[in-house]
Design a protein around this ligand. Structure first.
Ligand code: SAH
Ligand code: F3S
Length: 441
């Protein structure tokens, strides 16, 4: 009988991509995936450590999963929280049998076997040469659009961030290995790829930089859209901007983490840019790629953030006019340099700031999105929408459009006219593409 694995994924796209790798590895070893923890011989939770509430959610979930663990079954915690807590996690949670960090997945089949025999297994070694290059991911349900990890780890040391502790130092995959993977995906009907890295645009394999990579991925037969996330604002070289402008497959969207609008706070965060140089990057992006959509990450309540600093964040948000943002209250992470900073911001002040920030970002986004109603755009159809008989599709600028499901195939491209917006998402109706019209007429 095949062994069954159940896996839950928390956190960022890289974890989604890692889960795909884990499932690929386990399938090669004779496992099949189950959607029910009750049927599973092995239950895995792929975890995030970025903020305390991410970890608390995992603790809660791992507690619940105890009920579902079979006699002789294995419950494992993998990913960033596993890496961060290591043996503490085994000590704290008695029913966890296995704790494995992001560089240890290759030997998961053996580690699981050992755990099945009653060992409590720990592997949190960093392996800087590990890229899982030869592992064929699982990819079910996401065939049309796939994540491709091109870089792991991070060499920046933003003072708030655990990623350097959980993912180790930056390393880039060889360009030829990335292209090999993208070619295999394209042969299996993938038309959109999202290149992943913690600071993806600092990619460098010793010979090629990120602009080379974008150009090479854009040339792969069958690839129609290339995305990447997340870049660091400091790593947009002239070469990269030219590649973004010249490679037609590269989509008109950049997620550009800003974190704060105050140069004083940015300095304490060791983000290595100022308000002014961030704005300059925004302008360079907009002149290289007109109509580019920009989204961002922002933290409020970083130690020492004054009302005035926060005002500067609000004003930069208005000045840039982002299309959307992920916004967070600062969460203190053990072992990060910011632990030593004084003047912690009280919780109620952070909450109030977060609320104000969310309203400001939403207002800007709504204003921009209203202007798009009536326009025609190419979308890629991704999945049935939650609401009714609609499909969810995405524009090149990463806007979600709900389209009526009139026999439209998933993962097909169509042109839609945007008919309305909630402020963040759109409704749209299919129109014939101009090219098709030319053929018809
Ligand atoms: N370069 C990475 C960043 C990962 S963390 C990337 O690929 O996007 C994602 C976002 O979480 C960060 O941009 C930051 O805004 C937020 N974040 C990180 N550490 C945080 C902390 N300690 N408290 C609150 N938010 C945090
Ligand atoms: Fe974290 Fe800064 Fe790297 S946010 S992932 S240390 S660029």
């Amino acid at each position: 009988m095949t062994k069954q694995v159940y896996i839950e994924t928390y956190g960022c796209q890289m974890n989604v991509s890692d889960t795909d790798t884990i499932l690929g590895l386990l399938k090669t070893d004779g496992y099949s995936q189950t959607q029910s923890p009750d049927d599973a011989d092995v239950i895995l939770v792929n975890t995030c450590a970025i903020r305390d509430n991410a970890e608390q959610r995992v603790y809660g979930r791992v507690g619940e999963l105890k009920r579902h663990k079979q006699k002789g079954g294995v419950l494992g915690v993998v990913g960033c929280m596993a890496q961060r807590l290591g043996s503490d996690l085994l000590e704290e949670v008695g029913h966890v049998d296995l704790v494995v960090g992001p560089d240890g997945y290759r030997t998961l089949p053996e580690l699981i076997e050992r755990a099945g025999q009653g060992d409590r297994v720990l592997d949190v070694s960093f392996r800087t040469s590990e890229h899982y290059d030869d592992v064929v991911g699982n990819g079910e349900g996401t065939k049309g659009s796939r994540f491709v990890t091109v870089q792991r780890g991070c060499n920046y040391r933003c003072t708030f961030c655990v990623v350097p502790m959980t993912r180790g130092d930056e390393r880039s995959r060889k360009l030829s290995d990335v292209i090999g993977e993208v070619e295999r995906l394209a042969e299996a009907d993938t038309t959109e790829v999202t290149l992943l890295g913690q600071t993806v645009n600092s990619y460098n394999d010793g010979t090629h930089d990120f602009s080379d990579l974008l150009r090479a991925v854009g040339k792969v037969d069958g690839i129609k859209r290339v995305r990447f996330t997340s870049p660091h604002p400091n790593d947009f070289s002239g070469r990269l901007l030219s590649a973004m402008a010249e490679v037609p497959e590269v989509c008109e969207h950049v997620h550009l983490p800003m974190q704060s609008g105050s140069s004083a706070v940015l300095k304490k965060m060791v983000r290595r840019y100022t308000r002014e140089s961030f704005l300059d990057t925004v302008q360079r992006l907009r002149s290289a790629v007109p109509e580019i959509a920009l989204t961002t990450d922002i933290i409020v309540g970083f130690p020492g953030e004054t009302d005035r600093d926060f005002e500067e964040t609000l004003s930069l948000v208005r000045e840039v006019s982002f299309d959307d943002a992920f916004m967070f209250k600062y969460s203190l992470r053990d072992g990060t340099p910011a632990v030593k900073l004084r003047d912690r911001v009280p919780e109620d002040v952070s909450s109030e700031r977060l609320q104000l920030l969310i309203e400001t970002v939403r207002d800007e986004a709504r204003r921009k999105n209203l202007r798009l109603v009536g326009k025609t755009m190419e979308v890629l159809v991704e999945k049935p929408a939650r609401r009714g008989d609609l499909l969810q599709a995405r524009t090149r600028t990463n806007k979600v459009v709900l389209v009526e499901n009139e026999g439209i195939d998933l993962w097909s491209y169509l042109h839609v006219r945007l008919t309305g917006t909630t402020g963040s998402t759109f409704t749209g109706v299919p129109v014939k593409a101009r090219k098709e019209l030319a053929v018809w007429e």
